[in-house]
Design a protein. Structure first.
Length: 98
């Protein structure tokens, strides 16, 4: 595993809206829920595994997207961030406004 793999994991985490910092020199990243900075997780590499700071295996090399999904769940983030819907589908029907 190299820093490109860690960067790939970071990219997947950012799609969930998490704030991510990467330290390539020690093969570590920190992911934080921007809505609550106490929801943060340190992720390290150990062989072909991604592990938390408490040595809990959370993902493996080559499966960064699945690992990011697990990390996002731990940090109370559901689905990848997307733009808010706009247009008629985002509006209440006229009868619901009364």
């Amino acid at each position: 595993m190299d820093s490109n793999d860690l960067q790939r994991l970071a990219g997947h985490l950012e799609k969930y809206g998490l704030q991510v910092t990467v330290d390539d020199s020690v093969m570590r990243l920190n992911a934080t829920n921007p809505l609550n900075s106490r929801l943060t997780e340190e992720i390290l590499t150990k062989g072909d595994q991604y592990v938390t700071g408490f040595d809990y295996a959370i993902g493996e090399h080559g499966h960064e997207q699945a690992g990011a999904e697990r990390i996002a769940r731990m940090l109370a983030v559901g689905t990848p961030a997307t733009a808010a819907p706009t247009g008629p589908a985002n509006r209440l029907p006229a009868e619901a406004r009364r």
